[in-house]
Design a protein around this ligand. Structure first.
Ligand code: NAP
Length: 279
């Protein structure tokens, strides 16, 4: 039976550390770290994420602002808001909740955010810094995975690490962080040949595909560490990962559940980045 990597518990520990550091920061600076979250439109999932982010800020003592704009907001209006937030001294981190409505250009908005306030680490300046290993901000989900590994005593150094998924927000930066931690990294995607065989070589398998129960026991080496980034909704509305937990848990040495694994870490890493930005 695998050891359960408890993302809720680890996340709570890190948040309490952030809260302590925030108290010290406020005492010495006289102001709190500030995060502005921008949401455009009525996407219900995005609205939940934004509420959770604002609540998390409050919990650790940050100042936070939510800018909820109507769906018909123009690119010029959104750009102007980002410009105002870039210039606002109370705001140290800016996050534009994606996806944006179709008529808005996400890249244009992300490029407009001051890289020093880019707490999602999506700006090419920060992406480049991650590549060369000289970073201030790490993208929240991969950083959350690294923190889970570290706090579970799992060191990627010298291990075969396989990442399934090559998105800009999860797969690619995940591979880079594992590489910086001296893992031997393979990145898989939809064109990978004999995916199961590649995955069976993994000592650490990170799955970020977006397909419920995709990874079964036939894709996992006995004793592997399995990190499930996937967040999929079943027909009954329940959240489930990309890994078939009941099949894989008996053969893995450690595994993250969904919910309660990587998910809680993402907002925690956003808080960490905001504190870093304020400092
Ligand atoms: P994405 O942009 O859709 O990327 C999915 C990746 O999976 C792509 O690289 C794709 O390959 C690959 N893929 C799809 N089908 C495949 C298959 N049959 N075999 C091998 N690879 C396959 O998704 P994402 O944004 O990275 O998110 C991935 C999952 O993580 C989603 O469930 C998402 O909800 C979840 N997520 C969770 C958190 C969190 O906080 N826990 C944060 C972000 C994302 P190609 O490139 O070849 O198309």
């Amino acid at each position: 039976m695998a050891k359960l990597i408890d993302g809720k518990l680890i996340s709570a520990q890190i948040r309490s550390e952030i809260k302590e550091e925030t108290n010290v920061f406020i005492k010495s600076h006289g102001y709190a770290p500030g995060l502005a979250v921008v949401i455009v439109g009525e996407n219900p999932a995005s609205q939940v994420y934004v509420r959770n982010k604002a609540r998390a800020c409050e919990e650790v003592g940050f100042y936070s602002e939510v800018h909820a704009l109507p769906t018909e907001t123009t690119q010029e209006e959104l750009n102007a808001l980002v410009d105002r937030l870039n210039a606002d001294d109370k705001i140290h981190g800016i996050l534009v909740q994606l996806p944006l409505p179709k008529h808005l250009d996400e890249t244009e908005v992300l490029l407009r955010i001051d890289p020093n306030k880019d707490v999602d680490a999506f700006h090419p300046y920060n992406v480049g810094n991650i590549m060369i290993g000289n970073y201030k901000f790490l993208p929240c989900t991969p950083a959350g995975v690294m923190a889970l590994l570290e706090r579970s005593g799992i060191d990627p150094a010298g291990k075969n690490c396989v990442v399934i998924g090559r998105s800009n927000i999860v797969g690619k930066p995940m591979a880079m962080l594992l590489l910086h931690a001296n893992g031997t990294v393979t990145v898989c995607h939809s064109k990978t040949k004999d995916l199961a065989a590649v995955c069976r070589e993994a000592d650490i398998l990170v799955v970020a595909i977006g397909r419920a129960d995709f990874v079964g026991a036939d894709m996992v080496k006995p004793g592997a560490v399995v990190i499930d980034v996937g967040m999929n909704r079943r027909a009954d509305g329940k959240l489930t990962g990309d890994v078939n937990f009941s099949e894989v848990e008996p053969i893995a040495s450690a595994i993250t559940p969904v919910p309660g694994g990587v998910g809680p870490m993402t907002i925690t890493m956003l808080l960490k980045n905001t504190l870093t930005a304020a400092k």
